[in-house]
Design a protein. Structure first.
Length: 249
């Protein structure tokens, strides 16, 4: 249950702040808050989770800390912002106890990932690309290309976004494969190849009373065929809804 708590908690921390409490023109800013989320995962026999999560953010000219993730930002080059990125991904993988169908499987854990990112803001559109490699218990490599369009309606800020997430063969096989000694009747051995997952969603922030804000993030992911074909997967997609409150210091 503890790992599943952080699966939602860190997912909320890492996704929401792209819109929530956008930093003003200041040397640094802090934000603290909390919320809850509902997540539907693709593994067989796994129930939806409804769990609380904390919200922590620090942003300055060179450093952005967000939950279990951090970016070191180099001086911008025109509309481009280049960054070194580190993150602890609690949301990857599962505990075998999460589902009766996963009994006999070894636990798949998340962990540290590190790499590089670039953010490009050509006019009203924001595009970002990152590449992260797993360290220790986190297996495989991931890359994400995201397109977002921030929109304003009075104080309300709405940001629809779409993303393509590539995962390599090591990642896909570790988190969605079945090793030979884990095979059972109805759960054959399976090795996956690299694949691309497609995501879309919308984030919204409503600031009030100068330092307060409510935020909402609704998203869905359509998994690539290598993941959908896994014998431990019975859903082609996953969904997540997060709502919360934050206070900016």
């Amino acid at each position: 249950m503890t790992r599943r708590f952080f699966s939602v908690a860190m997912g909320g921390l890492l996704a929401v702040p792209a819109v929530a409490l956008a930093a003003e023109d200041a040397s640094s800013s802090w934000a603290l808050g909390a919320g809850f989320g509902v997540v539907r995962r693709p593994y067989k026999g796994m129930d939806n989770d409804t769990l609380a999560f904390p919200f922590v953010r620090y942003e300055s000219q060179r450093l952005n800390i967000l939950g279990t993730g951090a970016d070191f930002k180099f001086a911008p080059v025109g509309a481009f912002s280049f960054r070194l990125r580190a993150r602890y991904d609690f949301g990857d993988g599962y505990d075998a106890s999460d589902s009766s169908f996963l009994r006999g499987m070894a636990d798949r854990k998340g962990g540290f990932r590190a790499g590089a990112a670039v953010v490009w803001r050509p006019g009203p559109v924001e595009m970002s690309l990152d590449w992260l490699a797993g360290l220790g218990s986190a297996k495989g490599k991931k890359a994400n290309l995201t397109f977002a369009v921030p929109l304003h309606a009075g104080p309300l800020r709405i940001t629809p976004y779409v993303a393509a997430g590539w995962v390599d063969r090591t990642y896909a096989t570790w988190y969605f494969g079945v090793r030979s000694f884990e095979a059972r009747p109805g759960r054959p051995a399976y090795e996956a190849d690299a694949t691309v997952n497609l995501s879309a969603g919308v984030r919204a922030e409503y600031p009030f009373a100068q330092r307060h804000a409510l935020f909402l993030d609704v998203s869905g992911t359509r998994y690539g065929s290598e993941i959908r074909d896994s014998p431990i997967v019975d859903r082609s997609n996953s969904t997540m809804v997060r709502v919360g409150y934050a206070y900016r210091f």
